[in-house]
Design a protein around this ligand. Structure first.
Ligand code: PEP
Length: 252
């Protein structure tokens, strides 16, 4: 039985004061929620403040990226060691905004995944097709290609810890959500590919999040699909009430 996992990607939002306010509002709303893993991913500048507030709560801390290098001359990067030091247990890797605006590739994703696993950080690996790719009938080629290449550094025995976020690029921040059937179809294909890569037992243990305009109003139906084990939530994670409602939908 896979435990649902809801993560909030705050993207480039919130000053430290705003981040503290958001997490302070969120904590009591979800404190009694059982059976769901919960994480928030603030910007790097807010990690320390949020980590302090999350101590003793049922909310984990994620970064929005992680360096593939251990240390040294990598200006602008943050290493796994540094993330662990500040309290991160998870790292979002290969978000479509990183791929689209900052040149991240499946190769760099694979290296970042390796760095995370080597340091006991759970990678949340993002994959997804663009609208053009979907309309050209390339969804499965693109998504499964990103999956295979992005996970090329993962060993079978560690694969069950990895989290995959399927996020159709056309659904991110657009208000357009994949229908539950569209999302389930891709999730099922992802799980089948994971079984080829890592064996059925591991594939059955890997959590697959859906991401793309998830809101309180559509979360329940999406999360009710057989292969959808959680959500990576952008916009709606910036409001404590909305994010809490999505978290509660995972166990409703
Ligand atoms: C995301 O940033 O991963 C995301 C899914 O954003 P949104 O929920 O705003 O579409």
């Amino acid at each position: 039985m896979r435990k649902p996992f809801i993560a909030g990607n705050w993207k480039m939002n919130n000053t430290r004061a705003e981040a503290r306010e958001l997490v302070t509002a969120l904590k009591p709303l979800v404190a009694s929620v059982d059976g769901v893993e919960i994480a928030v991913a603030p910007t790097f500048t807010c990690l320390q403040d949020v980590a302090e507030l999350l101590k003793g709560s049922n909310i984990e801390l994620s970064s929005q990226n992680i360096s593939y290098a251990a240390k040294g001359a990598y200006t602008g990067e943050i290493s796994a060691d540094m993330l662990k030091d500040v309290g991160c247990s998870h790292a979002i890797i290969g978000h479509s905004e990183r791929r689209q605006y900052f040149g991240e590739t499946d190769e760099s994703v694979s290296k970042r995944v390796r760095a995370a696993l080597d340091n006991g950080i759970v990678p949340i690996v993002c994959i997804g097709e663009s609208l053009d790719e979907r309309e050209a009938g390339k969804t499965f080629d693109v998504v499964l290609g990103q999956l295979v290449n992005g996970l090329s550094s993962v060993k079978r025995e560690e694969s069950a810890t990895v989290v995959i976020a399927y996020e159709p690029v056309w659904a991110i921040g657009t208000g357009k959500t994949a229908t539950p059937e569209q999302a389930q179809e891709v999730h099922a294909a992802i799980r089948a590919k994971l079984a080829e890569l890592f064996g059925q037992d591991n594939a059955d243990a890997i959590r697959l999040q859906y991401g793309g305009s998830v809101k309180a109003s559509n979360a329940r139906e999406l999360l009710g699909q057989k292969d959808i084990d959680g959500a990576l939530v952008g916009g709606a994670s910036l409001k404590a009430d909305d994010f809490a409602a999505i978290i509660k939908a995972a166990v409703a």
